[in-house]
Structure formats: structure tokens, C-alpha cells
Design a protein around this ligand. Structure first.
Ligand code: NAD
Ligand code: DAU
Length: 335
């Protein structure tokens, strides 16, 4: 089988490529990535000489390139996106371009070249926010109600994918997943930022009252879910993928990290809240379990421990990022 993976040099995409080539060594993968600030080929050093792996540096908005790469492809797994909410609040433009126009460009190429499956990676943020302390969860029939430019652009891309399925019979699947964490996550996202700041003895910025809730999913569990969807998922279906069964607030996540890293709470720093900050996410993945027999294998505590260990053992990886162009973004965001 031949896969075109978009955004494969990013956090989840690179974890997926490493996972897939290990599981299915006879499959081949073309990785199309623009190498924005978030793309890092270091993540893929272990497969760069694999004859079944090819990297192409380019933009998913480039229709000629995308069209030529899609010929002879069986499956497109579409990760490429601008993915950070705070950056979308600073400047929405690249989000509109990559997440909407880029997805449209890929859909056109997929149709033209008759790919057997277009799998779109999306997010639970398209459903908006849930009430704190409620038992509510996002379901497959939850209405779309995105709040940030990022989530609005992802919602648009979901609608486009479904429209191509309905109108042109494009064989698609979609997964809407919760907050991923694990190895190779760019240290702008909460858990990777907290761990690396603790390792640097820097203050930990926590937004607002710190009582916001996210549903945390270990990236390896997410890769397994995509695998199962590609093999057993029904064309034209959407699957929800999450990691937790119990709410955990951001401040509690920080306490767990500090506890695991044997540091006290003095590093915690409450800072200005994110505009339009979604209060709570929780995702009901029971249908994915009943239909596809998938459920996350890792507990939050085990996955957090593994993740902390990875950042401890791979300091050069994130230090190179944190001393580069990321410094300008950090100053703008946190002062
Ligand atoms: P990331 O920001 O780490 O990586 C994105 C990758 O896409 C980078 O390698 C970047 O270079 C590439 N890219 C960006 N614009 C491109 C373009 N125009 N053409 C080609 N490549 C381009 O993102 P991630 O966290 O790995 O997220 C991957 C996907 O999963 C995204 O679609 C995101 O919306 C979705 N998602 C992420 C999470 C999460 O918690 N990280 C949760 C739910 C859904
Ligand atoms: O829910 C899935 C989404 O999860 C994905 O679609 C996005 O691509 C991904 O970035 C993530 O979005 P969030 O906004 O939930 O993740 P982030 O890591 O930015 O923030 C997680 C929580 O931590 C959120 O409540 C904001 C808070 N936070 C974040 C940062 C960066 C802080 O309190 N301080 C911070 O410095």
C-alpha cells in the first residue's frame, strides 16, 4: 500500500510515520511537508534512509505538486495544518490558507487521481466548549461551534471533506481527536511547554484561573486509532478519539508534572487568559470502541511519565527549538 502523509514532519505526523513503517514495513510513505516552524526532519532521522520512505518539501496548497504526488497513491492521511490556537489569535491568515485552501487542494487531487481513501485528521475543538463540572461529552452528533480562528478553520476543512464525500463520492474518513501529548511535540503546547520549562527552571505560564479542562490523549494511542480506522473504518464515517475518562484541570496537570519531576510549586505563574478560551473538552469515544475495538492503552499517569522521560533524554532536540525563532514567539506571547 502506498500512503501520502501530509504534515509528516510535525508532532503527530512524524509519530504516525514511525509507527506505520514499524507496523507495515512493506508499505511505502511519501511525506509532503512545508517545514514551517513546526516541521522538524530530525524526528524522522531513523527512517530517512528507508527505501520505503520519501520526503517531499512542499506546500499542500500547491495544486500542481499535490496532483503529481497523488498519482498512484492508495491512501492520503492528512495531518498538515497550522495547529496552535494562540498563534491563530495572533495571526489567522496562515490558518485559513493551509487548513482550508490546503485541504481543498488535496481533496481535488484525491478526486482526480481516484485515491481509495482520504483520511482527515481533525480536532474536538470544532465542537466548541463544555460546561465545567458537567458530565457532558462531545458526541458524533454534537453541533459544530468553533471559537478560535484555528478551530473555525478546522471546522471548515471537516465540512469540505464531507461535502466531497457527499457530492463527488470521495471515499473519506475523519477522526476528531482530543489534545495529544508525547515525544516530538513542539514546546509551545501546554504539556511539552511545562515539562521543558521545568527542566530549564523557568516559570510555568498558566492561563486564567487554571481550571480549564482538556482530554489528554497519548500520541501512540492516537496513531493506533488511525491505523484501526484505516483498516476497519467505514467509508463516509467520522470517529471520535480521546484519552481520558475523568476530568483533569490544567493546574492539576502541572501538579502531576511537578510531582513526577520532584519540583515544588514556586515555578507556577498565573498569566493573562487566552481570549475566547474554551472551558472544558471531554470526548465520548464509545462508538469508536464498539465499532472498531479501539481504546487508549495508556493511563494518563503512565503516558505522562513516559513523556517526561523522553524530554529529559532528548534535551538537544527541544533546546535547539527553544533557542531558535521560537524565542521571538515566546516573547510576544508571554512578555
Ligand atoms: P504540528 O503543528 O506539530 O505539525 C504540523 C505540520 O504540518 C508541520 O510539520 C508543518 O511543517 C506542516 N505544514 C504546515 N503547513 C503546511 C503546508 N501548507 N503544506 C505542507 N505542510 C504544512 O501539528 P500536530 O500537532 O502534529 O497536528 C497534526 C494534525 O492534527 C493537525 O491537523 C491538527 O489540527 C490535528 N490535531 C492536533 C491535535 C494536538 O493535540 N496536537 C489534536 C487534535 C487534532
Ligand atoms: O483539543 C485538540 C486541540 O488541542 C488541537 O486541535 C490543537 O491543535 C492543539 O493545539 C490543542 O489545543 P489547546 O488550545 O487545547 O492546546 P494547548 O496546548 O495550547 O493548551 C492546552 C490548555 O492549556 C488550554 O486550556 C490552554 C492552557 N495553556 C496553554 C499554554 C500554551 C496554559 O494555561 N498556558 C500555556 O502557556
Amino acid at each position: 500500500m502506498k500512503l501520502l502523509v501530509t504534515g509528516g514532519a510535525g508532532f503527530i505526523g512524524s509519530n504516525f510515520i514511525l509507527y506505520w513503517l514499524k507496523q507495515y514495513p512493506n508499505d511505502s510513505i511519501v511525506n509532503l511537508d512545508l517545514l514551517t516552524y513546526a516541521g522538524n526532519l530530525e524526528n524522522l532521522i531513523s527512517v530517512e534512509n528507508n527505501p520505503n520512505y520519501e520526503f517531499v518539501h512542499g506546500d499542500i496548497c500547491n495544486s500542481q505538486l499535490v496532483n503529481s504526488l497523488t498519482r498512484n497513491i492508495d491512501i492520503i492521511v492528512h495531518f498538515a495544518a497550522e495547529s496552535h490556537v494562540d498563534r491563530s489569535i495572533q495571526n489567522a491568515s496562515p490558518f485559513i490558507q493551509t487548513n482550508i485552501v490546503g485541504t481543498y487542494t488535496l481533496l481535488e487531487a484525491a478526486l482526480k487521481n481516484k485515491v481509495k481513501r482520504f483520511h482527515h485528521i481533525s480536532t474536538d475543538e470544532v465542537f466548541g466548549a463544555l460546561e465545567l463540572n458537567s458530565q457532558d461529552k462531545f458526541h458524533l452528533d454534537s453541533p459544530y461551534n468553533p471559537h478560535s480562528p484555528y478551530s473555525a478553520s478546522k471546522a471548515s476543512s471537516d465540512h469540505l471533506v464531507r461535502a466531497y464525500g457527499t457530492t463527488y463520492n470521495l471515499p473519506y474518513t475523519i477522526s476528531n481527536c482530543s489534545n495529544n501529548f508525547g515525544p516530538y511535540q513542539f514546546p509551545e503546547k501546554f504539556i511539552s511547554l511545562v515539562i521543558t520549562n521545568v527542566l530549564e527552571n523557568k516559570y510555568i505560564p498558566i492561563y486564567g484561573d487554571g481550571l480549564y479542562v482538556r482530554d489528554w490523549l497519548y500520541v501512540e494511542d492516537h496513531c493506533e486509532a488511525i491505523d484501526v480506522i484505516l483498516h476497519k473504518g467505514k467509508v463516509g464515517s467520522t470517529y471520535l478519539v480521546g484519552g481520558l475518562t475523568k476530568d483533569i484541570s490544567n493546574i492539576e496537570v502541572i501538579y502531576q508534572i511537578l510531582d513526577e519531576m520532584k519540583k515544588d510549586k514556586t515555578l507556577i505563574h498565573f498569566v493573562k487568559d487566552r481570549p475566547g478560551h474554551d472551558r472544558r473538552y471531554a470526548i465520548d469515544w464509545s462508538q469508536t470502541t464498539s465499532e472498531l475495538e479501539w481504546k487508549p492503552k495508556h493511563s494518563f499517569a503512565d503516558a505522562l511519565q513516559k513523556t517526561i522521560l523522553w524530554y529529559k533524554n532528548n534535551q538537544e532536540w527541544w533546546k535547539r527549538i527553544k533557542t531558535g525563532a521560537y524565542l521571538n514567539y515566546y516573547k510576544q506571547q508571554y512578555g
